[in-house]
Ligand binder design. Structure first.
Ligand SMILES: [Zn+2]
Length: 105
């Protein structure tokens, strides 16, 4: 097996060519160094993934704690219903403003 063929199989060779790759690595220090470097890259990517997962779980934990503001409780009404209520309140306010405007005139 050549260096190029071996390196295409690194860092974790296919089971079918594992024996040939191991044989080559025994006799070729540069390919062994390449394998170690690639395993180090794998290890660091895994660490990064774990770090990201930890951050994500912290964010989830914070978002699951109840709101400390009593005026803004977690509502079980649907977003559409809330939006409709908000629109009605807005229309009512607009009506009052217009009413006041035309009364002044
Ligand atoms: Zn080699």
């Amino acid at each position: 097996m050549t260096c190029a063929e071996t390196r295409r199989q690194l860092p974790e060779p296919d089971p079918a060519s594992l024996g040939q790759v191991e044989q080559h690595l025994l006799t070729c220090p540069p390919c062994r160094v390449e394998q170690q470097a690639l395993r180090e890259v794998d290890r660091r990517i895994e660490q990064l993934g774990q770090h990201r997962l930890q951050l994500a779980s912290q964010v989830l934990q914070v978002s699951r704690t109840p709101s400390p503001l009593p005026l803004l409780p977690r509502s079980k009404t649907s977003p559409l219903l809330r939006l409709t209520g908000l629109a009605l309140v807005g229309a009512g306010l607009l009506f009052l403003v217009l009413l006041a405007f035309f009364r002044v005139r």
